[in-house]
Design a protein around this ligand. Structure first.
Ligand SMILES: [Zn+2]
Length: 275
């Protein structure tokens, strides 16, 4: 509760991104259902629909793979990108029908070893994941695309360099073969600086990935690093007003707090992470 108020006070004073001319918010969702799990950040279905209504009237949506420098030049309406991490079954059953209803594009980053499984993640609940039939359907719908999110969803900074390579390469190979399409977009598991090893960026470059996203909480501007793209995580207790303020960049101060956290982590744990 106290944390929520501190966040609100900071956001009150933080300037909007809209003050700067062109900016790109990329939203990061996980599960969409009424299970109420703070650890997974599952969003209530009605809240999700209100958020989509707001997006459809105020933004032009793009897929993650469409991001390039031109995105920041053109645009009568500002662009916005929606991503979903992990590949929960409710993304297919609940989120996709609503995305289609509002004609909103989205990108789904899936974990190759979670596909078609029931898994206990960080909380006590069992989570169901999409299968290959669902992913093929997503792959064949022009509104949607599939991206890579590793084999096992491990924190890359805790692995050795060979393991990092395998986590990225094997998932890319598996998903590309099953969907019969080249995929060059990636989302880091957990996604803050202290979760990401420098060698992961080398692997992504070596495998010709075009774009990769973090969960560094910030909107993006024309000078972006294509392998460290910022995203705004939507949390289960965000009301519509907080949601709108997040998109407008009023919560971007979190980016600097996460940078400090990552810097301290690298200093104290002596791991070759990014900051
Ligand atoms: Zn994830």
């Amino acid at each position: 509760m106290i944390k929520k108020y501190i966040k609100y006070i900071f956001s009150y004073f933080w300037p909007k991104s809209t003050c700067k001319k062109n900016y790109l918010p990329i939203l990061c969702y996980h599960s969409i259902n009424n299970k109420k799990s703070k650890l997974i950040d599952s969003i209530d279905i009605d809240d999700f629909e209100s958020q989509l209504k707001y997006i459809s009237t105020n933004f032009n949506t793009i897929q993650f793979s469409e991001i390039d420098n031109d995105i920041f030049k053109k645009s009568i309406r500002p662009n916005l990108c929606i991503t979903f991490d992990d590949g929960y079954l409710d993304n297919y059953e609940i989120a996709i029908p609503l995305l289609i209803k509002y004609k909103i594009k989205a990108t789904f980053f899936v974990v190759s070893n979670f596909i078609d499984k029931k898994i206990n993640l960080i909380d006590e609940k069992k989570w169901f994941f999409m299968d290959w039939v669902h992913l093929n359907e997503i792959n064949n719908n022009n509104l949607f695309e599939v991206g890579i999110h590793t084999v096992n969803h491990k924190i890359l900074s805790t692995l050795n360099d060979n393991e990092v390579f395998t986590e990225i390469f094997d998932s890319k190979l598996c998903i590309e073969n099953k969907l019969n399409r080249r995929i060059d977009i990636f989302a880091y598991p957990y996604g803050n600086g202290f979760h990401i090893k420098k060698s992961a960026l080398h692997v992504l470059k070596k495998l010709n990935f075009k774009l990769a996203c973090t969960t560094y909480f910030n909107t993006n501007h024309s000078e972006f690093n294509n392998l460290l793209i910022n995203r705004i995580v939507i949390n289960e207790n965000d009301n519509l007003n907080q949601f709108i303020n997040k998109i407008r960049g009023k919560y971007n101060y979190i980016f600097y707090m996460l940078k400090i956290k990552s810097f301290l982590y690298r200093l104290l744990k002596k791991r070759k992470t990014i900051v």
